[in-house]
Design a protein around this ligand. Structure first.
Ligand SMILES: Cc1ncc(COP(=O)(O)O)c(C=O)c1O
Length: 387
């Protein structure tokens, strides 16, 4: 099909979702995608922050292919060797207090379950989240999203959600109390414009949660699985070494096969009994093969070190660059802050066959490339910027 036929057909038969880039993607490899018209694009948006291992990494493809030939799916009603291996592997890379995984299908579902787990563990209902945070589009997660229009489009909101200001411990103390079940945050607020908080903020949150018996949840749907130059933001230097009670994951976890997860500690998991949680597709064999192969590919190809190298290279390349006010973020979750709107730059890059992302801060261009992106590929973007 030609691009114009694909566009016409999708627009006719699909309900509107995102504002689309005017290309139809047919195949991909590493940080590159090829279109229906045979054009090649450098994907510095990583298939919407999903394709951490690069597009169609051979090890992930082989694992999915082999698993599909054996059995595609059976639910948690039965045991499964591939699920056992994936759960063990995921827990093995997590901070060591997080000892168990719950598998689901998406980021929003992971966050819904994390909040439910916290309510079960505490017997309380209130949840604190942060201005600028994004947590998903299902009822509880969208009610927890105090960013732009989201709570409005999610009305009627689930009761019991209150917000504090990201980075401001005083605002947290003002709302945290003995009725609070959970505090949930994106440790780097990606959609808000790659906003960061200092390590002391996370240390302070951990202290408040410990003092009041609140479950601390890091939404690592974007930051997890190597993206910020460590397997997780949790426990890193940037987090002041703080490990939450629950980490939620999705995006990179299955290299594009839909899968989400909650990683929980013993204090929390001891409150969860058989039949409290569940989802038909969570922990299915195909998704589990993708999870295991994703982690193996990141390890084998040393992609976490590469993510750190890429960050440093971008920072060096854009230091004292005309129009660039700052670089935000870590590893392969980066925001380039310009001195004016970045929409024209985003457009120019696209015209040069380079896909990047915008954010809800009009001056911040977001890069979420595969963790295998090379410094030469980053240079291609820098060259277009300098023009
Ligand atoms: C930080 C964060 N949390 C949750 C979500 C929701 O994930 P999903 O779209 O898989 O439901 C997203 C999606 O962009 C996200 O970036």
């Amino acid at each position: 099909m030609t691009f114009s036929k694909i566009k016409q057909t999708e627009d006719e038969f699909q309900v509107a979702t995102y504002a689309k880039i005017g290309i139809a993607v047919e195949r991909g490899s590493r940080a590159w995608v090829w279109t229906s018209e045979g054009e090649k694009y450098l994907d510095l948006y990583g298939g919407h922050a999903v394709c951490a291992t690069g597009h169609s990494h051979p090890h992930v493809v082989e694992a999915i292919r082999d698993q599909a030939a054996k059995i595609i799916f059976y639910s948690n009603l039965v045991y499964s060797g591939i699920r056992a291996k994936a759960a063990e592997k995921l827990v093995s890379i997590a901070p060591n207090t997080l000892t168990k995984a719950f598998f689901c299908n998406s980021g929003t579902e992971a966050n819904e379950n994390a909040m439910r787990i916290a309510r079960m563990a505490t017997g309380r209902e209130k949840v604190i989240t942060f201005t600028g945070g994004f947590h998903g589009r299902t009822a509880d997660s969208i009610s927890a999203t105090f960013l732009g229009k989201y709570r409005d489009i999610g009305k009627p909101n689930v009761p019991g959600h209150v917000s504090a200001v990201f980075g401001d411990l005083g605002s947290v103390r003002a709302v945290a109390d003995l009725e609070t079940a959970a505090m949930m945050l994106e440790p780097i607020q990606s959609m808000a414009g790659v906003c960061e908080a200092p390590p002391e903020f996370f240390v302070g949150l951990r202290q408040i949660c410990d003092d009041l018996g609140i479950v601390l949840i890091f939404d690592e749907v974007q930051t997890g699985i190597g993206r910020t130059g460590a397997w997780f933001f949790a426990g890193s230097e940037a987090a002041g070494g703080v490990v939450p009670d629950v980490i939620t994951l999705a995006k990179s976890l299955g290299s594009g096969v839909p899968v989400g997860a909650c990683l929980v500690n013993d204090q929390v998991s001891e409150h969860i009994k058989t039949n409290d949680l569940g989802t038909t597709f969570g922990g299915g064999m195909l998704a589990m093969a993708a999870v295991l192969a994703t982690i193996e590919a990141i390890e084998t190809d040393d992609m976490i070190s590469n993510a750190c190298r890429v960050e440093q290279h971008l920072r060096d390349s854009l230091a004292a660059f005309p129009g660039v006010v700052g670089i935000r973020g870590k590893g392969c979750l980066l925001g380039i802050e310009f001195d004016g709107p970045c929409a024209p730059i985003h457009k120019k890059l696209l015209e040069s066959n380079i896909i990047t992302g915008t954010s809800s801060d009009p001056r911040v261009l977001r890069l979420l490339p595969p963790l295998c992106v090379t410094t030469d590929e980053i240079d291609m973007m820098v060259e277009v910027l300098s023009k």
